[in-house]
Design a protein around this ligand. Structure first.
Ligand SMILES: Cc1cc2nc3c(=O)[nH]c(=O)nc-3n(C[C@H](O)[C@H](O)[C@H](O)COP(=O)(O)OP(=O)(O)OC[C@H]3O[C@@H](n4cnc5c(N)ncnc54)[C@H](O)[C@@H]3O)c2cc1C
Length: 434
C-alpha cells in the first residue's frame, strides 16, 4: 500500500447509479412508484457503512449522506501517530468522492435540527425531506459537570487542552504535545460509557514512552474515574516507573484551564499540560429530535433509545440509529462498546432494517447482531499489541449476551493496519490505492 498524505485520494467502487438532483427528489418516480428517500445524518463509520449497504441491498432507494466535514479522518490507529511512533497510517477519505463512486449522494453541511413528525432535516444548505432517517452522529463531550453553563470556559478548555477524542481535534492535540517542554502531563479516563475504553490507557503508555525516549523531564498523571484496566495498569508500574503516576477512582470534579488546576475527589492537581476528557453523551441532535431514552426510574438519559434488536427509535418508527450514540441495549452489559468496528456493524444492521421496511416487509426483518475487534498497543518499543474481540448472541429470553476475549500479539506485523484498511474497504466501500 503506497502511503499518501494528501486529502481525498480514496474514492469508491462504482456501482453504476447516478444520483438524483436534490431539487428533483420530491417529484421523482421510478416505474410508477415514488422513489423512497433515505437521509443519513453523520457520515463516519456507522453512516458510511449504512450508505454502502443500502446501495447494495436496495439500489432503488435514493440515499443521501450529510456530514459537516468533507473529509473522514480515522481515530483508530491515531495514538501511535500522536507521539511519532508511526506515521499517520489510516488514509483520509474524501466523502464526496466515496459517494460518487458508490452511487449515493453526499452533502457537506451542518445539520441544525431534525423534525421527525414532518420527516425533515434542517441544515445550513436547506431542508431535506426523508421517508427513512438514519442518525449516526456519534457522541459529544458534556462539560456541564465541570463548567456548568459557562460556555467561555468550555471553549477555552477545548482549545487549550483538547482531548483528541473527536477526529477534528487530532492536529491541534499533536501541535500542543510538540510544545510540551516537561512537567506534569495529565490525562483522564471518564466514567463509562465512553468512546473506545482502552484508548486512554494505550495513550498513557505511549506518552510515557515518548517522554522517556525524547528525554523530556516529566510524567504522565492518569486520573481514572474507575479502577483501571489491569493489563495496562500492571505495565504502567513494571515498564514505566517514574513516568506514569496512576490514580484509580479519582474523578475530576472541576477544572480551571486558566490556572492549570484540576480538582478531584482526592485533592487538587496542578499541570503543565492536560488532555481533558469530560463525560460523554450522544450528539446534541439526538436530544433535540426527542430520540433520547429514560432510565428505569423514568429520568432522561443522554443516549439514543432504540428497539435493541432492530435499531429503530422508540420515539418514531421512521427513524433508525447506529454507532456511538446508542444507549443501553442489554441489561447484561449495558452499552455496546463504542468502537469504529462496532459502528460499521451497527450501520449495516440498520441499513438492512431500512431496506426491508422500505419494501413493505410485513414481518419483522431478521435480526443481525454486531461484533467488534479492537487492536491496542500494550507497549511501544518493541511493539506489543492486544486484540480484543467482542461477540454477541441472542438468548432464549430475547436478551443480548456479550462475550469478550483478549489475544496477545507479542510480535505484531501490521495486523492493526490490515484491520483498519479492511474496514475501509469492506464496510465503507473505499477502493484503496496499492
Ligand atoms: C484515540 C481513539 C482511538 C480509537 N481507536 C479505535 C480502534 O482502534 N478501533 C475501533 O474500532 N475504534 C476505535 N476508536 C473509537 C471510534 O473512533 C469510534 O467508536 C467511532 O468513531 C464511532 O463512529 P460513529 O460513526 O458512531 O461516530 P463518529 O465517528 O463520531 O462520526 C459521527 C459523524 O457525524 C458527524 N456529525 C455530528 N453531528 C453533526 C451535525 N450536527 N451535522 C453534520 N454532521 C454531524 C461528524 O462530523 C462525524 O463525521 C478510537 C477512538 C479514539 C478516541
Amino acid at each position: 500500500m503506497k502511503r499518501r498524505e494528501v486529502l481525498g485520494f480514496i474514492g469508491g467502487a462504482g456501482v453504476g447509479w447516478s444520483a438524483l438532483p436534490v431539487a428533483a427528489r420530491a417529484a421523482s418516480s421510478a416505474g410508477g412508484f415514488a422513489v423512497q428517500r433515505v437521509v443519513i445524518v453523520g457520515g463516519a463509520w456507522a453512516g458510511l457503512s449504512a450508505a454502502r449497504e443500502l446501495r447494495l441491498r436496495a439500489p432503488e432507494l435514493d440515499v443521501l449522506v450529510i456530514d459537516r466535514d468533507p473529509v473522514l479522518r480515522s481515530l483508530p490507529l491515531s495514538n501511535p501517530w500522536l507521539v511519532g511512533r508511526t506515521p499517520e497510517r489510516m488514509p483520509r477519505l474524501n466523502r464526496a468522492a466515496l459517494a460518487a463512486g458508490l452511487g449515493y449522494r453526499f452533502v457537506a453541511s451542518d445539520v441544525q435540527r431534525i423534525d421527525p413528525a414532518q420527516r425533515q432535516v434542517y441544515t445550513t444548505q436547506g431542508v431535506f425531506d426523508y421517508d427513512w432517517l438514519l442518525v449516526s452522529t456519534g457522541l459529544t463531550y458534556d462539560y456541564s459537570d465541570w463548567f456548568g453553563t459557562d460556555q467561555q470556559t468550555v471553549k477555552a478548555a477545548q482549545e487549550l487542552f483538547p482531548a483528541g477524542n473527536v477526529a477534528g481535534e487530532l492536529d491541534a492535540l499533536k501541535q500542543r504535545l510538540q510544545g510540551f517542554k516537561g512537567g506534569n502531563l495529565v490525562i483522564n479516563v471518564p466514567a463509562p460509557p465512553s468512546r473506545c475504553p482502552p484508548a486512554p490507557y494505550e495513550r498513557a503508555m505511549l506518552l510515557a514512552w515518548w517522554l522517556k525516549t525524547q528525554g523530556i523531564k516529566g510524567k504522565v498523571t492518569v486520573l481514572d474515574a474507575g479502577g483501571g484496566l489491569p493489563r495496562f495498569t500492571r505495565l504502567f508500574a513494571e515498564r514505566y516507573p517514574g513516568f506514569i503516576d496512576f490514580h484509580p477512582y479519582t474523578a475530576i470534579r472541576s477544572v480551571d484551564p486558566f490556572a492549570r488546576r484540576i480538582t478531584t475527589d482526592d485533592g487538587d492537581v496542578a499541570f503543565e499540560h492536560a488532555m481533558l476528557l469530560p463525560p460523554m453523551r450522544a450528539s446534541t441532535l439526538v436530544e433535540q429530535a426527542g430520540l433520547c431514552g429514560l432510565d428505569p426510574q423514568g429520568r432522561a438519559v443522554p443516549w439514543a433509545a432504540v428497539d435493541h434488536l432492530h435499531l429503530r427509535s422508540l420515539a418514531n418508527e421512521r427513524v433508525f440509529l447506529a454507532g456511538d450514540l446508542l444507549g443501553t441495549v442489554s441489561p447484561l452489559f449495558g452499552h455496546y462498546p463504542k468502537t469504529a468496528h462496532m459502528a460499521t456493524r451497527l450501520g449495516l444492521c440498520a441499513a438492512r432494517q431500512i431496506a426491508a421496511r422500505s419494501r413493505g416487509a410485513s414481518a419483522e426483518p431478521p435480526v443481525d447482531l454486531p461484533a467488534s475487534v479492537c487492536h491496542v498497543w500494550l507497549d511501544a518499543d518493541p511493539a506489543e499489541q492486544l486484540r480484543i474481540e467482542t461477540t454477541y448472541r441472542l438468548r432464549g429470553d430475547g436478551v443480548i449476551a456479550q462475550a469478550v476475549s483478549q489475544h496477545d500479539n507479542p510480535q505484531p506485523r501490521g495486523e492493526d493496519l490490515q484491520w483498519g484498511l479492511g474496514l475501509y474497504a469492506h464496510a465503507l466501500g473505499a477502493s484503496l490505492e496499492r
